[in-house]
Write a protein that binds this ligand. Sequence first.
Ligand code: 2M8
Length: 445
Amino acid sequence: MPEVSSLPSIDLNRLGGAALGVLHANRLGGFTRPAIGLYPHQWSWDSAFIAIGLRHAEPEAARSELRSLVRGQWSDGRLPQIVYTPGPDDRYQPGAEFWASARPAGAATPSAGLIQPPVHALAALLVADATATANPAAARAFERELYPALRQWHDYLVRDRARGRVLAEIVHPWESGTDNLPLWDAALERIPATPATVITRPDLQHAGLGERPGDREYAKFFWLAEEYRDGACRDHDGLSFRLVDPLFNTLWAVSERALAVIAERCGEDPRPHRERADAIERALDELWTGDGFYGAFDRNTDTLIDRATCSGLIPLLLSNLPHADALRATLLGERFLGGPVPARLVPSYDRTAGDFDSAQYWRGPAWINMNWMLALALRQSGDATTAESLERAILEAAANGDPEASGAFPEYVDPVTLEARGTRRFSWTAALTLDVLAGGSRLPT
Ligand code: 2M8
């Protein structure tokens, strides 16, 4: 946790209170919307980060966040990208009706057919541990309740997304969580920008076009979503977008380790989870570019995409990583934190690239979840100084001058000036602020 004295301009108690206030305001029944207006439903990996932060202040709400997501689980085990809650604030596109034809018959909850990075088992373990301090029985009951769902979720990844290989593929940029990251550009080049859906872009009422994906990218996103939906959301080698994402697979390995701990506590066999984590960690080497960062592998063209992005730094979370020193050097170097004008937070994309844009969504700005993960990784690998400076910048970015003002808890920020971008009062920014204020998290080994 950053030294209080080193943050003279921020009242940390006020910041914590305001962060919790944002989460309360964004809560809808048993879950938390990422942001009122722009994201009015439950998002999969957002809820995991939200639960991680909430666990310090309200462990019961953190448990409910994950339970609520699991209620949307499909019969094949997938945890959907979005669990929809139709209501007055539901102008999000694509909405529940977009996916209706592909949803399994009898599904209780409207949801999307896509998925998001599997960070849920890690969240479940952290939430259970936080619960155990005050209420060990509730913690064990929660683990027993969630274990089967989380196991089925990971089994889906093995069966349908790895399909005989070790690493899982994503079939849509939305599944990466980093929608328009430059890692996806080459694959998107081949995708038609001619979806059948009429796209209305309600998102642009909440953030300017200069800070959101472009219309052409949106058209391709919809074309790909339609292709997947119209094939009943079945996974196969004929899909037009099949990428192996370093972020997605790293979080899967971390989550398998967390699930091993949960399995053991539930009297189940932890070994399959550890073996999978080991195998994923070894296979990640296929994504090493040799240039100081991990890339993404395109399974349709058999090529390694070697753009330097925040996702390619996330394997730092793994212990015993063969390229840890080179990866840390890249993180500290001119592409990310270093350079003539040092950045306060790790940008989403290589600052030396000609098309870097400090305001454009996942093509330059710094995101709090990425920086939170990298701070955690750095602390675990012994670089407490950089970890602390990232955490300090996370708090400053979250407060954005005044934690109770409308500019606070931005979705993303300029990596150098920390100026707010995207929507405000964004839930995972608030939740991970609470985690930093509480001293941070540790990963299972
Ligand atoms: C963003 O993605 C959604 C689609 O899932 C969108 O742009 O409409 C991403 O930042 C993603 O990571 C996040 O989960 C979602 C909700 O916060 O918003």
